[in-house]
Design a protein around this ligand. Structure first.
Ligand SMILES: CC(C)(COP(=O)(O)OP(=O)(O)OC[C@H]1O[C@@H](n2cnc3c(N)ncnc32)[C@H](O)[C@@H]1OP(=O)(O)O)[C@@H](O)C(=O)NCCC(=O)NCCS
Length: 328
């Protein structure tokens, strides 16, 4: 199959029923609704109950995306699940999803790239579809971050929430779909945002659990600065590669980390605020799920129309970051 582009054919999302509001957090940690709202834009986040796990939300989001793409799960060639909160260490969450969907032909694996994971997945599926190596890929971002949040650490626990988003990617008319995509990383920033316990280095013992080594730890100020710079730069790079200008962008969906990060990136790129998507007030930071949830909410509300130019940018622990521009 020559001269095809890869584009999104269908999207879906899902999240837990449980809601954790800023007022709820005021009762468990030394914070206020006023602080959280003014510093982050977050008013509430979804929080999974004890019996719930990541793949359940991923499967629901995926089923919606597959149905909207008008294909059958058996036609999928590849499933990439971006997650830093898998159901279990082995097998991958993607394999568990593959079985649930009945996608018997699909290769499946997880992507560990934190908040940039969904863009990593789209970027990797893109050349496989363009080259004809595969026809349909399912890219998912799914996280239960609240399981790894220390609810005694006010600097992190107010930020994160749970959810999943999915997209079926496949061949589209060749001036549509993904026009340019880039992903980057810099592991020297490991300790700016990390969870040291639970692996072969930090171990997983009663002591590591008591110390809370498995919880996310973050130097918020540092992350903030690098996030703004990296997302702005990579957005400019992909627009340039696609031969587009900021004015050509109809909708900008950045990773939802902090409303102030979104505003600063939009400001640096000079994107009109009316073109910038935000759902951070309702969801907080859902890591790899935030962009696909945002995409699907925009599809559902009619905010995305055929031929629209959509810019996506993400940044996350690692550090990792990515940018992608597509014509819908
Ligand atoms: C975490 C973040 C919201 C903190 O906001 P900030 O404006 O940088 O705040 P600071 O960390 O400088 O802290 C300012 C003060 O608020 C306090 N504070 C931190 N969290 C608080 C909370 N939830 N409630 C009340 N006060 C809080 C700090 O202790 C500090 O107090 P001090 O001045 O007495 O020492 C912000 O840095 C951020 O969003 N960073 C990026 C995080 C991120 O996106 N991570 C994921 C990457 S994808």
């Amino acid at each position: 199959m020559a001269n095809v582009n890869a584009g999104i054919l269908g999207t879906g999302h899902s999240y837990p029923e449980g809601i954790l509001t800023n007022a709820d957090l005021e009762k468990i940690v030394d914070t206020t609704d006023e602080w959280i709202t003014s510093r982050t834009g977050i008013k509430q986040r979804r929080k999974a109950g004890p019996g719930e796990y990541t793949s359940q939300f991923a499967v629901r989001a995926a089923q919606e995306a597959i149905e909207r793409a008008g294909i059958d799960a058996s036609q999928l060639d590849l499933i990439l699940c971006a997650t830093v909160t898998p159901d279990q260490i082995l097998p991958s969450t993607a394999c568990l999803i593959q079985a649930q969907l009945g996608a018997h032909k699909a290769a499946a694996m997880d992507i560990v790239a934190a908040c940039s994971g969904f863009l990593y997945g789209l970027t990797m599926a893109n050349p496989m579809i363009r080259s004809g190596q595969i026809k349909y890929a399912l890219v998912i971002g799914a996280e239960l971050l609240t399981r790894y949040v220390d609810y005694t650490d006010r600097a992190t626990c107010v930020l994160f929430g749970d959810g999943a988003g999915a997209a079926v990617v496949g061949p589209v008319e060749n001036d549509h779909g993904i026009l340019a995509a880039r992903i980057r990383s810099d592991g020297r920033y490991e300790e700016q945002l990390f969870a040291p316990g639970g692996g072969t280095k930090g171990g997983f013992t009663a002591d590591t659990i008591a110390r809370g080594d498995h919880f996310f730890k973050m130097k918020g100020n540092e992350v903030f600065k690098v996030a703004v710079r990296s997302m702005s730069e990579i957005s400019r790079d992909v627009l340039c590669e696609a031969g587009l200008k900021t004015d050509d962008v109809d909708l900008f969906i950045p990773h939802q980390a902090n409303q102030r990060i979104t505003d600063a990136v939009a400001n640096m790129l000079n994107v009109d605020s009316g073109k910038v998507f935000s759902n951070i007030a309702q969801h907080g930071n859902t890591s790899s799920a935030s962009i696909p949830i945002g995409l699907d909410e925009c599809v559902e509300s009619g905010r995305i129309k055929k031929d629209d130019v959509i810019l996506l940018a993400a940044f996350g622990g690692g550090f990792t970051w990515g940018g992608l521009v597509m014509r819908w």
